[in-house]
Design a protein around this ligand. Structure first.
Ligand SMILES: [Fe+2]
Length: 384
């Protein structure tokens, strides 16, 4: 039987069938369990006054854990709409971006409108289902680095911009900037762009040209906001003036440009490439701290580290009992005690039955380090 519940009395675990909003246009996509406080906040922000709850349906962390363990290693903790919607967003972003890259490569006129729409969706999704977006966007296809990197830079920039409380328009412009920031790479020679080994000096110079090559492409995009252009044109600049393409120095490098430098390096360091293994977020942060203050902005980097957290969604961690797994849900009150999906033992070097552990409820266990699949010489792609 359905019960009408005022939005202020809605609780995590309720199964919402319908909503009643002060705005006629606000509609519910699908009935489902409320699993996070953010969902309730979102409903309230959208003007929802009441929800209709099916009181016969209840859920708890244990239910989720049981369900997820039962369906096996390919399952994720959130077998709900959130992940479906995030996956759709990631797929659409990739499709639009790939079309844009092909148009540029084929010298066709570039239509930025679909990219703008995707960027608006990215911002919506970071607000509505941040965890799901970050988890799914972290699953990379090795063959499509440029696509994956551009998309991840867009997601990270919006996430970081949200943390810095930038306004909605700027967040959308950041997303566009992230998507197009390396656009000139499409014009770099294939054998250089995809070279598995170290680049020669000549090849490195050609690779650096992607920034000069980007400029006319960006100029040809009508209505491309300045913020988006800055993301692209400044992401290889350095505060001491030793970056490229324009050798900008100090204040010439805007906050947007400084954010782009940080996010671009972070994504590159944490990605696996044919010539280098992926670093864990904490290893990447250590290297990045070493790049301050001459290359990166130290204050902004500190904020970025706080925004991402040492154990972000999708990262690999080892617990004090030797079990290894993936962080799948952050605890907003304490970033050191997320929910983890465990499936490997570092002690026996063997895979184990999948188990979800909420570290908030297990004071006997703690994360002893962030680690990578490369270090463990294992692949966990089946578990993502
Ligand atoms: Fe670049």
């Amino acid at each position: 039987m359905l019960q009408k519940v005022a939005i202020d009395n809605v609780e995590i675990g309720m199964y919402v069938e319908q909503i009643e909003s002060q705005h006629a246009r606000t509609k519910m996509k699908k009935p489902g369990f409320i699993r996070r406080q953010e969902t309730i906040d979102n409903l309230r922000n959208k003007g929802v006054l009441f929800v209709y709850v099916d009181a016969d349906q209840i859920t708890s962390d244990e239910d989720i854990r049981y369900h997820a363990t039962k369906v096996g290693k390919h399952s994720s903790i959130n077998g709900n709409d959130e992940f479906g919607s995030a996956k759709e967003l990631v797929d659409t972003s990739k499709k639009q971006l790939s079309k844009l890259l092909t148009d540029i490569y084929e010298n066709k006129p570039v239509d930025i409108e679909p990219v703008k729409e995707v960027s608006s969706d990215i911002v919506d999704n970071i607000f509505e289902r941040r965890d799901a977006v970050l988890w799914i966007s972290g699953i990379r296809e090795k063959s499509a680095y440029l696509l994956e990197h551009s998309m991840n830079v867009a997601f990270h920039l919006v996430n970081f911009g949200r943390f810095l409380e930038l306004d909605r328009t700027t967040l959308e412009e950041l997303a566009i900037g992230g998507l197009v920031h390396d656009i000139g790479k499409i014009l770099v020679r294939d054998e250089v762009l995809n070279k598995p080994g170290k680049l020669t000096d000549e090849e490195f110079l050609h690779m650096k040209e992607h920034q000069t090559l980007s400029q006319p492409v960006l100029d040809s995009m009508l209505d491309l906001p300045q913020t988006s252009k800055d993301v692209s044109l400044m992401h290889h600049e350095k505060i001491d003036g030793n970056g490229y393409p324009n050798g900008l120095k100090g204040d010439e490098l805007t906050q947007i440009g400084r954010m782009a430098c940080i996010v671009d390096i972070y994504d590159a360091l944490t990605a696996e490439r044919c010539y280098k293994p992926a670093l864990s977020p904490s290893e990447a942060f250590k290297i990045m701290i070493g790049l301050t203050p001459f290359h990166l902005d130290p204050d902004l980097l500190k904020k970025f580290i706080r925004c991402i957290g040492f154990y972000p969604i999708g990262s690999v961690v080892e617990l004090s009992n030797g079990r290894v797994g993936l962080v799948c849900k952050e605890n907003p009150d304490d970033l050191m005690t997320p929910t983890v999906k465990l499936f490997y033992s570092a002690r026996t070097e063997a895979f184990r039955e999948v188990e979800y552990v909420d570290l908030r409820k297990r004071p006997d266990l703690k994360i002893i380090r962030g680690i990578t699949e490369a270090k463990l010489k294992k692949s966990f792609s089946d578990f993502r």
